[in-house]
Ligand binder design. Structure first.
Ligand code: C2E
Ligand code: CA
Ligand code: CA
Length: 730
């Protein structure tokens, strides 16, 4: 199975390789696509993790600034009357650390009293926050919540931006007495720098939003607004009150580098190419091997010159044929053929001519035998033929004669015409040998005898068979000649309807006016004609002649139904039913005027095609009669299943009907049986009145026999019918 598929695929290596290339490339495409979306997810994930770190760092930075403010808050809570100098030294200490706090301010009772560094900030001293509603709103919120609030970034008067941190301070034992606020101003850009944030980090866009700690509702205050796309990764930065959102996005939508893409495809194409090329090489190689094996097989089984089977192959085939015919109990014929004077052809015309002759001879033989027969060249000018499934040896003889005639026609060789005869020996399976060796040996021996008898001859291995076959073939050929020369004639024997007392039927019986032997009885040649197949030619003539004469009868006013004898062999031809119907049509014969007499063997044979033909003919109006009923299968039991209209009691029973009790009973039973089944009964061979009376008393429908009239030539039959007066019946 796999081998067959592979053989088919590799039958066209290039197409196969091309298909494979496309297939592998397609798979690679799927893989690359999958791989790249995975990489893209990875890049995004990596950015997210980095952003988390960044956010944490920013939170850390903010907290380290808040620590300073919380420290200051604690200091004031203990020492609410802090002096300017105390504050300055404290602030100085705090601001020494690498912080981004630009200045600190104290506002007890919400009025700014201390600022560090004071330089440049003098104007703010004495400012009462309550007079600046913008700032007061945030401060009030911080006081209400008792929470540090980071506002901004806001634009400073100095030009740069900063975050403003408000720290509410409560004093007293329970810390429930508002002291005021501490304000810290943090330079945001510096803070971000310290946290390691840059607008263009890792090749990504970084931005922060959440002005005044409003989260995603607050404005963007760092980086570009565009960074916050749907595709961006985001992380929250938690403030003491509220939060910011920090985002990172990629300019190319997290796409993988184009060059990566190209290199992936480059590799994919390369791999597909390599695989396709490898498959191409393998399959061409495999194909060559297959061809080599097939060639070797062919050489082992066939003869190179004639292309016929060689001895080895033929032996195998013959063994199988013997086996098969043994099983079905069929006959076959083995021909052993040897060219006459082949050595002389070689000597006089050269080996090329000899080879050419063998080739043409073999070709011509192949065209003559049937396709399922065996044909082989054993050696040199020796050939064998096995004619399968033959019925009789005569069939073999007829084919041998055909071969002898056609193979003897001249062959065009080297611009000339060369004729050659051959000697042919025939052995028949199973009579002349049951196994391969015996059959070959006996056919060979018969061929040798044919050579010895003077060449160009056909010899059977079995002498007796040979004699019989020769006689049959001679009769066969004589019948065919006789048909051509009009040597046959139809006689008619009247059949009387016992009830009507009239000649309502007749039987057509063939006679042969042989030029040498005179009038020959059908008993002598019909069986042989059935054997050789000549019955088909004869039967066709009989039907035509009957039709012709039926028309002549009608012209004379004689209206009888005619029975025609049909042999089993006649039903074997293809479409004979249609051919016969066509003949009737050609002569305008009403089918109801024709009865076909057949023997039980045709019905018992169980050959489906033959029964079909009978049914077709009956359906067209031709009646059927069983001839010689009681002799063959005596199948009275089967009678009900037969598709027939009449049966004819064989004359051997009628002959003894008066004297033989058993025959009498049988005749009576047959007649009664026919009556029950609706099959009309004809008794043949009625020779006297006593027989007629008895049959009549049994209820027989028709009688035929010498008592009524012998078979007679047509003209005589016409007169017989015209002058007929009923016989006396009891
Ligand atoms: P069959 O079909 O049984 O034909 C009846 C034979 O009995 C005829 O012999 C006929 O002459 C003979 N016969 C008729 N009445 C009597 C009688 O009262 N006494 C005696 N002793 N014989 C009687 P025939 O014509 O010699 O035919 C012999 C057989 O040859 C036929 O037997 C039939 O099987 C075959 N035959 C004859 N003509 C044809 C034909 O046209 N086609 C085929 N296929 N077979 C035919
Ligand atoms: Ca008959
Ligand atoms: Ca008969």
């Amino acid at each position: 199975m796999f081998h067959r598929i592979f053989k088919q695929l590799t039958g066209r290596p290039f197409s196969f390789a091309l298909a494979l290339f496309c297939f592998v490339l397609f798979l690679s495409g799927l893989f690359i696509n999958h791989e790249f979306s995975r990489i893209r997810e990875n890049i995004k994930h990596e950015a997210f993790v980095n952003l988390l770190t960044l956010g944490a760092r920013l939170e850390g930075e903010i907290n380290s600034h808040l620590v300073v403010l919380r420290g200051l808050k604690a200091e004031i809570a203990i020492n609410s009357d802090i002096t300017q100098s105390e504050f300055e030294s404290l602030a100085q200490e705090y601001l020494q650390s690498q912080l981004s706090i630009s200045h600190l301010g104290l506002a007890p009772d919400l009025v700014i009293t201390n600022i560090y560094p004071l330089q440049g900030n003098e104007r703010a001293l004495g400012l009462d926050y309550r007079t600046v509603p913008q700032q007061m709103a945030v401060i009030q919120e911080a006081i209400d919540k008792n929470e540090i609030i980071i506002a901004g970034p806001v634009k400073l008067v100095q030009g740069n931006t900063a975050l403003v941190v408000r720290v509410p301070v409560f004093i007293g034992e329970n810390r429930d007495q508002l002291w005021g606020v501490i304000t810290g101003v943090i330079r945001d850009q510096m803070l971000f720098e310290q946290a390691g944030i840059a607008e263009n980090l890792w090749g990504l866009n970084i931005a922060i939003r959440g002005h005044n700690g409003l989260g995603e509702e607050g404005d963007v205050f760092y980086g570009s607004e565009k960074t916050f796309t749907a595709d961006a990764v985001m992380v929250d930065v938690i403030l003491p009150s509220g939060r910011w959102q920090i985002a990172a996005s990629s300019n190319n939508g997290w796409q993988v580098d184009q060059s990566h893409y190209f290199s992936y495809w480059f590799v994919a194409i390369l791999v597909s190419l390599v695989i396709a090329m490898a498959s191409y090489l393998i399959s061409t190689n495999y194909r060559e091997k297959l061809i080599a094996i097939e060639t070797a097989n062919y050489r082992a089984n066939y003869d190179g010159l004639t292309n016929l089977s060689n001895r080895y192959h033929f032996t195998q085939q013959l063994k199988a044929t013997i086996h098969e015919h043994q099983r079905h109990q069929h006959k076959f014929a083995l021909f052993f053929i040897d060219l006459d004077y082949f050595k002389e052809v070689n000597d006089n015309w050269g080996h090329h001519a000899g080879d050419e002759l063998l080739r043409l001879f073999a070709d011509r033989m192949s065209s003559i035998v049937r396709s399922d027969d065996l044909l082989a060249r054993l050696a040199g000018d020796e050939f064998v033929i096995v004619l399968k499934d033959i019925e009789t040896a005569t069939q073999a003889e007829l084919l041998a004669e055909k071969l002898q005639m056609e193979l003897g026609e001249p062959y065009p060789i080297q611009g000339r015409h060369l004729s050659v005869t051959h000697s042919l020996g025939i052995a028949i399976f199973p009579e002349d040998g049951q196994d391969l060796e015996a059959l070959l040996q006996n056919a060979d021996r018969a061929m040798y005898e044919a050579k010895r008898a003077g060449k160009n001859r056909i010899f059977f291995f079995n002498e007796q068979l040979s004699q019989e076959v020769k006689r049959h073939v001679q009769v066969h050929n004589e019948i065919l000649d006789g048909l051509r020369h009009g040597e046959f004639e139809l006689y008619f024997q009247p059949i009387m309807d016992l009830e009507q007392q009239s000649i309502s039927k007749c039987e057509a019986l063939v006679r042969w006016n042989h030029p040498k032997k005179g009038l020959v009885s059908p008993i002598e040649f019909i069986p042989i004609a059935e054997h050789t197949g000549a019955i088909c030619n004869l039967g066709d003539w009989i039907l035509e002649e009957t039709c012709h004469l039926l028309n002549k009868m009608a012209e004379k006013g004689v209206d009888v139904q005619v029975s025609i004898n049909r042999s089993v062999a006649e039903f074997q031809g293809r479409n004979v039913d249609q051919r016969w119907l066509n003949t009737l049509k050609k002569y305008h014969i009403d089918t109801s005027r024709v009865v076909f007499e057949i023997t039980e063997s045709l019905l018992m044979g169980g050959v489906e095609s033959q029964l079909e033909k009978i049914n077709t003919l009956r359906a067209s109006g031709i009646a059927f009669s069983i001839d010689d009923f009681g002799t063959g299968y005596s199948a009275i039991n089967y009678l009900r299943h037969y598709p027939v209209d009449y049966l004819k009691i064989d004359r051997s029973f009628v002959k003894d009907v008066m004297d033989d009790e058993q025959d009498r009973t049988l005749v009576e039973v047959i007649i009664k049986m026919g009556q029950t089944l609706g099959i009309k009964v004809v008794a043949e061979g009625v020779e006297d009145q006593a027989q007629l009376d008895l049959l009549s008393s049994y209820g027989c429908d028709f009688i035929q026999g010498y008592h009524l009239g012998k078979p007679m030539p047509f003209d005589q039959f016409l007169s017989f019918c015209l002058v007929y007066s009923p016989l006396e019946t009891a």
